[in-house]
Design a binder for this molecule. Structure first.
Ligand SMILES: Cc1ncc(COP(=O)(O)O)c(C=O)c1O
Length: 434
């Protein structure tokens, strides 16, 4: 079916709030490694991986072979019956999660994983209130939207009581108008201020991403989470770290983004890259905390821990270990970072480059001194890079951040190809009077 026919049928039968990238939306047909092809046969270098989800490249044989094998055996069991893949994946994840975070509840999405984490925190602590961060993102259920700290992602109103938002560690636009490191990470203290002034004084949890994904790859200073963890524990809460975007080595050197802070959280959530695109999520915690759920009441996830998704996750983990371990992501990510910083020197439009590993954000501003966001330039750059055969992502509350996050199997050559295309695209956009 051709592009126009797909788009016309989409307009007729799919809700209009489906977000479509590009002025000319792009129906994809197939993928291989770092490349995807649209229905007209055009090839694109994929540097967004379906929102940081195709972690080991498209059509990776280690993943697809396991899926094929499982499909021929049994598609669905429900968690009422133990399954070999269920326990096998839990063991493999336990080998890479920090500290004692070696027990799991499997679900189907990042939203599901974060909801499960908050339920655990409420059950375990007996408290109800939760602190989240401004500019954070937790998903699309009513509670996850209420945890999210960005108005555009809170559709339908989010009147969920007991959720408060602390200032976020957004160094480029510091909410306290201070400069790191002279600030002493003063924003972390706002978590205590928020607890003392807007809650009952006892909290169930604090939830945050190691690098805010949808928020525009906002990267807290390394000391931030250790300061916050001490405060959260002092007020009775659990530290929930959302690794939905940062997990599986994405940030380089370590398997998890939080490890750059030397902090072991109480609960860790993961989804997206876990199964290279099949729906699966997991909430990890210690055996001691998980034990609180034993007599908490009934819960079930019909599709959580689906054997086919689990098979895909087992293949994905094998591929990550063999083809894209965190040390390698660090090396390839460093090359990407250096290239983006070189573009920043060349183009005044680039106000900030931030992130870790293969999760790099580029914030565009109309003027570096006023830092006025440049969302129109982002849109122009998007259409140009699409024409050049490069897919990237965007984000940020002001819609002015490029999110560059290829599958972790990206090579130095892929990075160079992307940087060259970005260079050409920036040269054109920098000249536009937008
Ligand atoms: C950090 C983070 N948490 C949670 C979610 C929600 O995940 P899902 O869309 O799978 O429900 C997302 C999705 O983008 C995310 O980036």
């Amino acid at each position: 079916m051709d592009r126009q026919a797909i788009l016309e049928r989409q307009r007729r039968h799919l809700w209009p709030n489906h977000i479509l990238y590009y002025t000319e939306p792009l129906p994809l047909d197939r993928g291989e490694g770092l490349y995807v092809w649209d229905v007209e046969g055009n090839r694109y270098l994929d540097f967004f991986g379906g929102i940081l989800t195709t972690s080991v490249g498209h059509n990776n044989p280690r993943v697809t072979q396991r899926i094929h094998e499982q499909v021929d055996k049994i598609l669905h069991t429900s968690t009422l019956y133990p399954h070999e893949n269920h326990v096998a994946l839990a063991e493999k994840l336990a080998a890479i999660t920090p500290g004692e975070l070696d027990t799991f509840y499997f679900g189907t999405s990042g939203t599901d994983a974060d909801e499960t984490a908050v339920i655990l925190a409420k059950v375990h602590t007996g408290y109800q209130e939760v602190i989240a961060l401004r500019h954070g993102y937790s998903g699309r259920s009513p509670m996850a939207m209420a945890l999210t700290g960005q108005a555009p992602w809170r559709i339908g109103g989010t009147h969920v009581v007991g959720i408060k938002h602390a200032l976020n560690p957004y160094c480029y636009r510091c909410p306290l108008k201070m400069t790191y490191p002279q600030c002493g990470v003063a924003c972390a203290e706002d978590v205590e201020e928020t607890i003392r002034t807007t809650t009952s004084g006892r909290i169930a949890a604090f939830i945050a991403e190691p690098i805010q994904g949808v928020g525009g790859f906002i990267t807290p200073p390394p000391e931030y989470f250790a300061i916050v963890q001490e405060i959260v524990h002092r007020y009775g809460g659990l530290l929930i770290i959302d690794e939905v975007q940062t997990g599986f080595g994405r940030t380089g050197t370590y398997w998890w983004g939080i490890e750059h802070s030397g902090v072991v959280p109480d609960v860790l959530t993961m989804a997206k890259g876990i199964a290279n695109g099949l729906p699966l999520s997991a909430t990890a915690t210690t055996p001691e905390l998980a034990a609180s759920m034993a007599d908490a009441g009934l819960t079930i996830s019909t599709f959580g821990g689906n054997p086919v998704s689990l098979a895909a996750a087992l293949g994905t983990l094998e591929a990550l270990h063999q083809e894209a371990p965190p040390e390698r992501t660090q090396v390839v990510g460093d090359r990407l970072r250096r290239g983006l910083e070189a573009l920043q020197e060349k183009y005044p439009l680039i106000g900030d480059v931030r992130g870790r590993g293969l999760m790099q954000g580029v914030e565009l501003v109309v003027d570096r001194s006023t830092k006025e966001p440049a969302p129109r330039h982002v849109n122009a750059l998007f259409d140009i890079t699409r024409q050049m055969g490069l897919l990237i992502g965007k984000g940020g509350l002001y819609g002015n951040v490029l999110r560059i996050a290829p599958p972790l199997t990206a090579t130095e050559e892929h990075v160079d190809e992307a940087l060259e295309k970005l260079d050409q695209a920036f040269a054109r956009v920098q000249e536009m009077a937008l």
